[in-house]
Design a protein around this ligand. Sequence first.
Ligand code: SF4
Length: 296
Amino acid sequence: MESKCSICPRRCGTDRKISVGFCGTGADIRAARAALHFWEEPCISGSRGSGAVFFCGCNLKCVFCQNREISAGGGGTVISPLELSEIFLKLQSAGAHNINLVTPTHYVVQIKEALSKLREPLTIPIVYNCGGYESAEGLEILKDDVAVYLTDMKYAESALAQRYSGAADYYETAVSALKKMLLYAGAPKYDGGGLMQGGVIVRHLVLPGCRHDSIEILHRLKAEFGTSAFRLSLMSQFTPTENLQNYPELNRRITSFEYNSVLDAALDLGFSDAYIQERSSAKPEYTPPFDLTGII
Ligand code: SF4
């Protein structure tokens, strides 16, 4: 795996000891922020915050990414697995409800090593927060450690997935991954305070001009999994970024009509406990500063 990486569905075969792969990362862990984070779903953020570790790099690199400054793989600081294990414990001591691994996909081997170096146990759940483009082999590495999967389901149509993420096989790959996640984490479980202790949240960000694709995703998910196997989170916070000259159709926020039509479809299909966002709810805090000041 280290000499010919195939840990994610890109299977780009890079020797990460001497080069960086499609995900923009080599063998070293690069992280841009580790801090209490209050902008996930309420069952993850709770009152004290989620202990989020934002890793640099990404195996999708969506053209509209809100975290572009770190998803390309640059920035951040190199930390060892031992240092990462210390960060986990500091976040736990700071009161985090969970350890929230933000796009761990390309670092599962290193995270497993960090977890093996903990000098005291983690008593809070580990959240695997990813874009949904996961391999079975990658997910298996952390299956005994992860309690909650917070995963995306971005596209149904392969043409959209190819255009915006260069991953024509996104939907099939993400559904296969979701099956693994449901197998490993089971049905949603909460503590007495409503914090998720196990299970899967499936996030979907509604994109401008793509409401039909969003509704298609909901129909497919219901047909495949029903409406109670996971918790649905419908997101409206899409915000155009500066690099979208070649994607003019994405150069606007979504409309109320677009979001409400997707929401209505979700409710009609029976996703009655879905998390929903006010369309005007995009806040700068959703994208925290990745300036190294946030390494706890
Ligand atoms: S994790 Fe990175 S290096 Fe490994 S296969 Fe995926 S894109 Fe390539």
